[in-house]
Design a protein around this ligand. Structure first.
Ligand SMILES: *[C@@H]1O[C@H](CO)[C@@H](O)[C@H](O)[C@H]1NC(C)=O
Length: 202
């Protein structure tokens, strides 16, 4: 009986890890943001793989834009979704921190497809021998529909992607702290050269 209780409570404990614990244990706080959100974002890739808790996925598995879900408090609210890699070109020497992977703004409710794409989704392209990179998803709640004075960047361009800062972007548009987030990690695989070729337009 006692053993069952111990097993049960450790299973429950494993499932109740908070976003704050996950973000702190992976250094997302403080490398990307100062304060962790309190909700997990649900990020699902087309093959059913879920990007969460710093799990390792391969660049091949994340090449297509995932489904991102959350519960909006009110469907009349607008949200900003950011995916960013603080480990460019490597976690040990992040001289290009952060690499901007995806930015969608003015998302009505939780309908990402109806948002305005500032930077088209690009999957993971960690260079060879640079170890695991963290890919961090952040969701901000906007106070209202906003004008974003940024050049739109397609998924074929690396323009303005290096040296991005999610925190500075949020500050510029007064988005406050993120309300939800999650992350996965990835390292080089043989899909990466194809992704780098895709990003060859200026
Ligand atoms: C790039 O974006 C376009 C337009 O959104 C989309 O049709 C295409 O599938 C994307 N390509 C890749 C490789 O993700």
């Amino acid at each position: 009986m006692l053993l069952i209780l111990i097993v049960m409570s450790s299973i429950l404990a494993a499932h109740s890890e908070s976003v704050e614990e996950v973000f702190k244990s992976h250094g997302v706080v403080p490398d990307v943001i100062a304060e962790a959100p309190n909700q997990f974002l649900q990020v699902t890739y087309s093959n059913g793989l879920i990007a969460k808790d710093g799990v390792e996925l391969t660049p091949t598995q994340v090449k297509d834009q995932p489904l991102v879900e959350w519960n909006p408090a009110d469907v009349s609210d607008y949200y900003t979704l950011i995916m960013t890699d603080p480990d460019a070109p490597s976690r040990s020497k992040p001289t290009f921190r952060e690499f901007k992977h995806w930015v969608v703004v003015n998302i009505p409710g939780n309908d990402v497809a109806k948002g305005e794409v500032l930077a088209g989704y690009v999957g993971s392209g960690p260079p060879k021998d640079t170890g695991l990179h963290r890919y961090v998803f952040l969701l901000y709640k906007q106070s209202r529909k906003l004008e974003f004075d940024e050049e739109r960047v397609s998924n074929r361009s690396r323009k303005d992607r290096p040296k991005f800062s999610a925190a500075k972007f949020a500050e510029k548009y007064q988005l406050g702290q993120p309300i939800a987030g999650n992350l996965y990690q990835a390292q080089y695989d043989d899909y990466v050269p194809q992704l780098h070729k895709q990003l060859s337009e200026t």
